[in-house]
Design a protein around this ligand. Structure first.
Ligand SMILES: *[C@@H]1O[C@H](CO)[C@@H](O)[C@H](O)[C@H]1NC(C)=O
Ligand SMILES: *[C@@H]1O[C@H](CO)[C@@H](O)[C@H](O)[C@H]1NC(C)=O
Ligand SMILES: *[C@@H]1O[C@H](CO)[C@@H](O)[C@H](O)[C@H]1NC(C)=O
Length: 325
């Protein structure tokens, strides 16, 4: 009697452990996107799908390629192979780092002709090659998005890669890029690679730090809404309406930035409450600004006091210990 009882409890305990290992949770993984990514049906990623965990590159590749909606927890720093490899991500996925130190080293993520993808709380770094500062060989991006819609890139730390940290290309639309640290890099964040002017993107609460050019640069942006961003130690240029691009730039703080805000011959810019500290070069505050869109017609949002930005934005940006755990 006693023996059977002990055996029974052992079985129960074993079953309980299996159940625990299976039923995964993911803290703060259910949040939905704001800004332009909240339109066109919204950006929810793998919400309502299974929660899975990738600790190795092969698991991440397999889960990201799956047809079902998935919340994919990246647990630990996954090394990409071959060097510079960008893991292809299919529609309806949330890829989220577990805690403050998970991500991808030596490669990145690629989203091509997909929709509804969330990339959060990851550190992506390590394809930088000092002999290739110009990024002329090897297209080693942290996050490359082609011809896709409803993408939310939030709370990541993107640094020291071979080409762009974020490239939004070929008519990618309904994108929000928020709370990222975009750091120690040459060509930080580019938008365009198309002759169509369709891209609508919200860029808020990011910390652009010690980068050179493209913070961001837009060749073709239908509506670009930038607010609550902090730009510090930027050697090349800051916001650039390069081609047929329209930018609404609100509540930003630029510190030690060369050419903080620039419109090319076809660019249009409207600014609202933007601060400059020790900046040099060109500042185009109003370039046919009366023709620039009103963001409040598309969604609601909250502007920070620009004087709070240098403290609050670096503090809140990047991966956090209490997310994805
Ligand atoms: C763009 O994506 C759509 C699917 O959303 C696909 O049908 C089309 O072929 C893609 N176009 C290019 C040029 O890749
Ligand atoms: C500014 O950024 C450059 C890289 O663009 C870096 O070499 C330099 O150390 C940075 N300076 C500070 C004060 O962070
Ligand atoms: C903003 O919020 C107000 C009040 O809740 C609402 O009436 C309005 O429709 C919202 N605007 C947009 C564009 O969603």
């Amino acid at each position: 009697m006693h023996l059977i009882g002990t055996f029974g409890s052992a079985l129960l305990l074993a079953a309980f452990h299996v159940a625990l290992a299976d039923a995964q949770t993911c803290a703060k993984c259910d949040v939905e996107a704001h800004g332009f990514a909240s339109l066109n049906g919204g950006t929810t990623g793998g919400k309502r799908g299974r929660i899975v965990t990738a600790k190795k590159l092969d698991d991440l590749i397999q889960y990201a390629a799956s047809a079902e909606p998935l919340i994919i927890r990246v647990d630990g720093m996954i090394k990409a192979k071959p060097f510079g490899f960008e893991v292809p991500v299919k529609s309806h996925k949330t890829i989220i780092g577990v805690g403050g130190k998970s991500g991808i080293e030596g490669g990145g993520l690629n989203i091509n002709s997909q929709k509804n993808v969330i990339i959060r709380n990851l550190k992506i770094h390590g394809t930088y090659d000092k002999d290739n500062w110009a990024g002329k060989v090897g297209d080693y991006d942290a996050i490359q998005v082609d011809n896709s819609t409803n993408i939310w890139i939030d709370g990541n730390h993107l640094a020291e890669m071979g080409d762009g940290l974020i490239d939004l290309r070929r008519d990618t639309d309904y994108v929000t890029v928020s709370k990222n640290i975009i750091e120690k890099h040459n060509k930080a964040f580019g938008i365009g690679w198309t002759t169509n002017v369709v891209t609508k993107v919200t860029i808020n609460d990011n910390f652009f730090h010690s980068t050179n050019v493209r913070n961001p640069s837009g060749d073709a942006i239908k509506h670009g809404h930038l607010y609550n961003n902090y730009y510090r130690n930027i050697t090349g240029y800051g916001n650039y309406a390069r081609g047929d691009t329209e930018l609404l730039i609100e509540t930003s703080y630029f510190e030690d930035v060369f050419d903080p805000i620039v419109a090319g011959p076809k660019g249009r810019i409207k600014t609202n409450w933007v601060k400059f500290k020790r900046c040099d070069g060109e500042i185009h505050l109003d370039v046919r600004g009366d023709t620039v869109f009103q963001a409040s017609k598309f969604y609601n949002y909250t502007l920070a006091d620009p004087y709070d930005i240098p403290v609050d934005v670096p503090y809140n940006a990047g991966p956090k210990v209490d997310i994805g755990v």
